[in-house]
Design a protein around this ligand. Sequence first.
Ligand code: AR6
Length: 194
Amino acid sequence: MGSELVIRIGLCQLQLLKGDITTIAVDAIVNAANSQLAGGGGVDGAIHRAGGPEIMHELDEIRSAIGHCETGSAVATGAGKLPAKYVFHAVGPRYRDGRHGEPELLASCYTTCLNLAAERDVKTISFPSISTGIYGYPIEAAAEIALKSAAAWLQHHAGTVRVVKFVQFSEGDHEIYRKHAANLRGTLAAETHG
Ligand code: AR6
């Protein structure tokens, strides 16, 4: 793995990977779900296919208890047959024009999942690129928000979550995440030495 794919924040790391999130072993996998928690296409479909019906059974129970999950929030289930203990089902915003709270709601998906992780003693967590498929969020803006929100969270919650993996499904998305990771590393280095 090239050094530009890892950002160190104290004892923690942000990692960038290209691949299928359902095949990467971690403590918690984040899903890009919808507020009905009803399953769907994209990474949501892949997670339910690979994890098996147990995950949807748990979501049925959550739905009957709370109804739905607000945009920007997330709920936790077990991970069925996935190589993880938990799936955090985060509901990203549908992109309109960026002026309807989309940046804040997207950032909230990342921080809510990291809070769920800390509450469960999760040390490693993987995120797909939330909202940038069916929900249409421009990947450049979304990558920057994803990386910055996770970095800021790790700076304020030292010693809880140790490894945050960002998993991109396409080479094009991976290149964009790499570019924003390099920018972020420059900013963090300037803060440390400045
Ligand atoms: N591993 C990693 N990333 C993946 C995978 C995979 N196996 N499959 C797709 N992606 P999307 P959204 C990437 O559409 O935009 C569902 O129907 C994909 O290339 O999955 O948040 C839900 O039920 C893209 O970069 O999620 C909701 O209704 C990223 O995952 C709605 O879609 C997110 O794309 C949510 O839309």
